[in-house]
Design a protein around this ligand. Structure first.
Ligand code: IMP
Length: 425
């Protein structure tokens, strides 16, 4: 298989975990390149349900090598808990998981800052997962972060941790009026993590490029979604990393010329968790119905997701900024009972109709969506085994989406199980 990037084409939670799980057997390496344990990838295998936050879901496939790249921020406590969960379920992790020496490490002060900043924003909060993601990336960009390689060097860890606490403790005490962190306590806790994580640390850029040189294939597992990308998303209601395809290169040290294909995962409707504008949100009744049918609750925080009609402006934006080659449609079955289905093809704002996703958050927040309405199929698609066997109206819905996006739908998913997926080749 070629080297493929899998990205979420909307606001995350498109079902990337399931698609990666299907493609993983064909690749040698599965690699995370951005985000941290804010992600939640759910994979259902028979009666077993795995929710992975940090470790690539390729770990569920025997013999696959999994890499956490330099672009990821790693909370060692969460990592060790995830490893323990996997091992308790009989999944071997040792010798199959490698973490970039250059990945930045999340500390308790990042989590606390995340929480305090959100609280201080009141109604303007972003609705973060409070996992410390934003503050950890802020330190990375400010060049004061602590990387895995630093965590493993006692002298460097002491020096950097002291410098960070000297800067952060006054923020806690003077700005937020809460107590700061003790160097001694944090140092002891993180020394303990260092001892347990050391075995996973590698120069993963060398590992991956050597693998490519020897014709091994890589699956790059994006987290979150395009509209949560810090550059291309609905800023400031975004996460703090590049969830788009470009992040796969910077977040692993694999050059763009080595990436062969980018596949976008697209939910048959739209969802969003956290704050921020969402033009096509359903009315409350339909929202509740689809939320229950689609199990639309955050895999990481358990928060209910907002749900809405398919927004072609959002996904066309994704096609562009990711250079999507192909599309996978997930959760088509969730729409099975609807009499009619809408697709948003424009935003109407101040007497102008926008056909391309605007960068002005004011427009996204205050626009009137322009819809095309299509008849529903009102048939259970959960047992459908091929594209040709889909109800006629479901095919028409997908064909119209394909036309609007100018990108081929190659796979359709109609349920949680691995088997409820068929191709459109
Ligand atoms: P953060 O990544 O915790 O800083 O949160 C920033 C925004 O991204 C919030 O709106 C979160 O709800 C959203 N977010 C973060 N991770 C995910 C995810 O895996 N799926 C969907 N939304 C996410």
């Amino acid at each position: 298989m070629p080297n493929v990037v899998i990205i979420g084409a909307q606001w995350g939670d498109e079902g990337k975990g399931k698609v990666i799980d299907i493609l993983a057997p064909k690749s040698d390496f599965v690699v995370r390149y951005q985000g941290g344990n804010n992600a939640g990838h759910t994979v259902v295998i028979g009666k077993d349900k795995f929710v992975l936050h940090l470790i690539p879901s390729g770990i569920l496939h025997k013999g696959k090598i999994c890499v956490i790249g330099n672009g990821v921020v790693v909370d060692p406590k969460a990592l060790l808990e995830e490893i323990a969960m996997l091992e308790a379920k009989g999944v071997k992790v040792d010798g199959r998981l490698f973490i970039s020496n250059e990945a930045h490490i999340i500390f308790p002060y990042h989590r606390k800052l995340d929480e305090l900043k959100e609280k201080a924003k009141k109604k303007k909060k972003i609705g973060t997962t409070k996992k410390g993601i934003g503050p950890c990336y802020s330190d990375k960009v400010a060049r004061s972060g602590i990387r895995l390689i630093d965590l493993l060097n006692d002298r460097v860890l002491k020096e950097k941790l002291k410098a960070n606490l000297a800067e952060k403790n006054p923020i806690f005490t003077k700005i937020y009026g809460v107590s700061g962190y003790s160097f001694k306590t944090l140092y002891k806790e993180y020394k303990g993590y260092a001892a347990r994580i050391k075995r996973y640390a590698r120069d993963t850029t060398v590992l991956l490029n050597d693998a490519i040189a020897s014709k091994k294939s890589i699956l790059f597992e994006g987290a979150q979604g395009t509209l949560l990308d810090v550059d291309h998303g609905t800023y400031p209601f975004v996460t703090s990393s590049n969830a788009t395809a470009g992040g796969a290169a910077t977040g692993t040290g694999v050059g763009p010329s080595k990436i062969d294909k980018v596949i976008g995962i697209v939910k048959a409707y739209t969802t969003r968790v956290g704050e921020g504008p969402f033009p096509t949100q359903f009315d409350p009744d339909l929202l509740e119905k689809i939320r229950q049918k689609g199990g639309e609750f955050g895999a990481t925080t358990g928060r209910p997701r907002r749900c809405g009609w398919f927004d072609a402006l959002v996904v066309r934006h994704s096609v562009r900024v990711n250079g999507l080659d192909e599309i996978v449609i997930t959760k088509l079955d969730v729409l099975d009972e609807l009499k009619s289905i809408k697709i948003c093809t424009g935003y109407r704002y101040k007497a102008k109709t926008y056909r391309d996703f605007p960068s002005d958050i004011e427009i996204i927040k205050n626009c009137e969506p322009v819809y095309v309405t299509m008849p529903g199929w009102m048939t259970d698609t959960g047992k459908v085994k091929s594209y040709s066997r889909l109800p006629v109206n479901a095919k028409k819905y997908l064909d119209y989406i394909q036309k609007l996006l100018g990108t081929k739908i190659v796979l359709v998913s109609v349920g949680c199980d691995r088997k409820q997926t068929f191709s459109n080749r």
